[in-house]
Design a protein around this ligand. Structure first.
Ligand code: G3H
Ligand code: 13P
Ligand code: ZN
Length: 342
């Protein structure tokens, strides 16, 4: 099965009333873990690469690993997505490489750190939408900023999404999907205690969904940071301070209100680190990387499997045939004409 566009995958999720996990990848074992979990659960899936991932793995390696995944798992619809593109140039390079979806994160300036103003965000996002839709590629925008900093990316400042601005943003940019800031952060340290609705602003999702029922909403920073994964790391010499993530039941609430894409990276990092620490501690004489990467891969697969079931994407892999990017480009063109005619 060829790579599917994220727009089609999210439209189908919307029809079926479920969410789709978007898992970050940097290497072979992560891709294998996600694809195996997708096969076990018969799930469509989004695989995403950050700028850091593209630099770490090298674009060609990443792309060919994805091609291999599409070839080995022909029954699984997979969208390949650029996570947190910092500029139209980054998005263009991802499209040139064959990604079927890009995020233009114009909530930050192109340094990936400084919060940007609304007009800048509209301008760069619109530019990416024009370039991407012409080639049948999906675009995710972001309004508001998340907390947390990963690999020097992120402002560390939380600015919740304003629903009025969200309507204007979607109208002026034409994005397919909108990432909303509701109080979550990237990384393991999201909340200092179990989050209540004071700190996790789920009402913003409901409000935006009421006003923009046809826009797919995206939750970033959606790792749940399970205590057992943190405990395993600490049991084997790690040092993760007490912390809370986004409860799965809150994500499920979001899915009832238009959340279709759920970004998860940290939970896979925690799962693999715990498994590797355990393997190192149990057999200090082992030095074959397969000895510790195998349990790391299995631990990531278990997390992904569980999220796929919780988000509701399980069982939906065979629901539809992927449209080509050319077919999607024609659809965008037609929609554009209809909009100007009305
Ligand atoms: O946006 C955050 C993702 O977890 C990617 O993180 O930039 O460290 O690859 P990264
Ligand atoms: P987590 O750090 O919560 O896994 O979030 C990942 C993310 O939002 C990637 O864009
Ligand atoms: Zn993110």
């Amino acid at each position: 099965m060829p790579l599917v566009t994220m727009r089609q995958l999210l439209d189908e999720a919307s029809k079926g009333g479920y969410g789709v996990g978007a898992f970050n990848v940097n290497n072979l074992e992560q891709i294998q873990a996600i694809m195996e979990a997708a096969r076990e659960t018969q799930s469509p899936v989004i695989i995403q690469a950050s700028r850091g991932a593209r630099k770490y793995a090298n674009d060609r390696f990443l792309y060919h690993l994805m091609e291999a995944a599409a070839e080995i798992y022909p029954e699984i619809p997979v969208a390949l997505h650029q996570d947190h593109g910092n500029s139209p140039e980054t998005c263009k390079s991802a499209i040139d490489l064959g990604f079927t979806s890009v995020m233009m994160d114009g909530s930050l300036m192109d340094d990936g750190k400084t919060p940007a103003d609304f007009e800048y965000n509209v301008k760069v996002t619109r530019e990416v939408v024009e370039m991407a839709h012409e080639r049948g590629v999906t675009v995710e925008g972001e309004l508001g900023t998340l907390g947390g900093i990963e690999d020097g990316v992120g402002s560390g400042e939380v600015n919740l999404t304003d629903p009025d601005q969200a309507v204007e943003f979607v109208e002026r940019t034409g994005v397919d999907a909108l990432a909303v800031a509701i109080g979550t952060s990237h990384g393991a340290y999201k909340f200092t205690k179990e989050p209540d609705r004071e700190v996790l602003a789920m009402h913003i999702i409901e409000e935006i969904n009421k006003r923009l029922p046809n826009t797919h909403l995206v939750m970033h920073g959606s790792s749940s940071v399970p205590k057992e994964l943190v405990d395993l790391i600490n049991q084997y010499g790690g040092k993760i301070e007490p912390t809370w993530g986004v409860p799965v039941r809150e994500i499920q609430e979001g899915i009832k209100h238009g959340v279709r894409k759920i970004n998860v990276d940290t939970d896979l990092r925690l799962a693999s680190t715990g498994a590797i620490r355990k393997a190192f501690a149990e057999e200090p004489s082992e030095f074959d990387p397969r000895y510790y990467l195998k349990p790391a891969r299995a631990a990531m697969q278990e997390v992904v499997h569980s999220r796929m079931e919780s988000f509701g994407q399980a069982g939906h892999a065979g629901d539809y045939q992927p449209m080509t990017k050319e077919e999607m480009a024609t659809r965008y063109e037609k929609e554009g004409h209809e909009l100007t005619a009305s």
